[in-house]
Ligand binder design. Structure first.
Ligand SMILES: Cc1cc2nc3c(=O)[nH]c(=O)nc-3n(C[C@H](O)[C@H](O)[C@H](O)COP(=O)(O)OP(=O)(O)OC[C@H]3O[C@@H](n4cnc5c(N)ncnc54)[C@H](O)[C@@H]3O)c2cc1C
Length: 389
């Protein structure tokens, strides 16, 4: 058995034991137990993409996708909060961080002892990242003062660390452009809003972060290059889009399993409902969605893995468009799939006691987070008009 297969087997047992029967309760409570972070880290989930020198297993993008798919099948909220910490926060840190930053912030997150979040979105700018107004000013003594507001931030109320995108002005008053800042959230001048009430993914907390002339550090809190924040954000988005496809696939798997099991046992007109042509058609449609999303997702994961190993000049210029197309396709298929699953369940599908009701609510984010479907379409067309003859 190879490492990935072995890991997935262990991880499935973990999900069965630690998540399966608790996901509904967490959803009702509106939060996850904090212990789930170190538990996921210990089992190896956080380290799948991380190099061995940081304690990871470095199994690659396809193994990562398969593990995310599995977790999403059990609990979308756990998937999103975990991804925001080791992915949205951890991946840019791993890609652009200094050794000191990796040691101070990345390793504790990878070990599940600390939680991270990424703050891009603001009340007046979501899709239009370049319009953000949060400002980071370098004072005469070199310290950096952050002012502004972020919203819809996953893990906002539970995170220890944040990467925040802000407009940077140096001590000479020069505008240096959008820059990522990395710091601990427990500082004077930083406040957190209450977790927001949401349509779905209720156990994954989402909320606001307020910065009122908060001194976040000196130049050591800059992540990557000064003025490189926009580009670094866009590079992070490719990975996020692949992970949302993996989430969509996990949700589709769950819909298919729940629907098969329900359609076998539920009877109407004296026969199991799957023997009615209309219901059998819905199951076939669900199955087709699972298989097509799986093929597309795995292929892009493999292409991403190959691209990671290439020199900059040889990188696939179409990969961003492919990730956008994948996210667009997978999220729509999954939303339609949850609709089919609810329909197959009839009245039961409308009841919270059935898992498909939660899947139906949760999946709606997949077409919004990580860039809306409309933004994916504009990226796809913008790219292919440039590179295709
Ligand atoms: C549960 C949840 C968790 C989130 N977690 C995070 C997080 O951890 N960190 C973070 O930074 N953000 C996070 N977000 C924010 C998310 O990334 C944004 O909501 C998303 O990018 C859309 O931005 P917006 O909400 O401002 O919508 P808007 O940009 O206001 O868009 C509104 C509508 O206009 C359309 N639209 C906008 N511009 C265009 C255009 N140019 N062409 C065509 N249509 C357009 C959109 O597609 C959409 O239909 C989260 C959001 C949610 C709901």
């Amino acid at each position: 058995m190879d490492w990935t297969t072995e890991f997935l087997k262990t991880f499935k047992n973990f999900c069965e034991k630690e998540i399966k029967d608790k996901a509904e309760e967490w959803d009702n409570e509106g939060s996850l137990p904090i212990e789930i972070f170190p538990a996921l880290a210990n089992i190896g989930y956080f380290g799948l993409l991380a190099p061995e020198e940081y304690g990871g297993s470095n199994l690659g993008a396809l193994a990562g996708v398969k593990a995310m798919e599995m977790l999403s099948e059990y609990c979308g909220s756990t998937f999103f909060s975990a991804s925001a910490s080791f992915g949205l926060f951890g991946e840019p840190l791993r890609n652009f961080g200094t050794n000191e930053q990796i040691l101070k912030y990345y390793i504790p997150v990878l070990e599940g002892n600390k939680i991270g979040c990424l703050g891009i979105t603001e009340p007046q700018s979501g899709s239009d990242v370049s319009a953000i107004t949060t400002s980071a000013k370098q004072l005469q003594d070199g310290s950096i003062s952050l002012s502004g507001q972020k919203t819809y931030i996953t893990n906002s109320s539970i995170a220890d660390f944040a990467i925040i995108l802000a407009r940077y002005t140096n001590s000479n008053g020069e505008d240096k452009g959008l820059t990522h800042f990395l710091f601990e959230l427990d500082k004077p001048g930083i406040n957190r809003g209450k977790p927001m009430k949401k349509l779905g993914l209720k156990a994954s907390v989402t909320g606001e972060l307020f910065f009122d002339q908060a001194i976040i550090g000196k130049e050591e809190c800059i992540l990557g290059g000064i003025g490189k924040g926009f580009r670094q954000t866009m590079m992070t988005f490719n990975e996020e889009r692949l992970s949302i496809a993996a989430y969509s696939l996990g949700v589709l798997n769950a819909c298919l399993k729940e629907s098969i099991s329900f359609a076998r046992t539920r009877k109407s007109f004296g026969i199991p409902i799957y023997q009615h042509q209309a219901v059998s058609g819905m199951i076939a449609e669900l199955y087709t969605k699972v298989e097509s999303v799986r093929s597309f997702t795995y292929r892009i994961a493999e292409e991403m893995e190959i691209d990671l190993r290439k020199e900059r000049k040889d990188k696939d210029a179409e990969l961003g468009a492919k990730c956008s197309a994948l996210k667009l396709f997978a999220s729509v298929q999954a939303r339609e799939g949850t609709n089919l699953a609810v329909q197959i369940h009839g009245g039961a599908g409308f009841m919270e006691e059935y898992k498909v009701a939660r899947l139906y609510r949760d999946i709606r984010l997949a077409e919004i987070g990580g860039g809306t479907s409309e933004i994916q379409k504009s990226i796809i067309t913008g790219t292919i008009m440039k590179i295709k003859s």
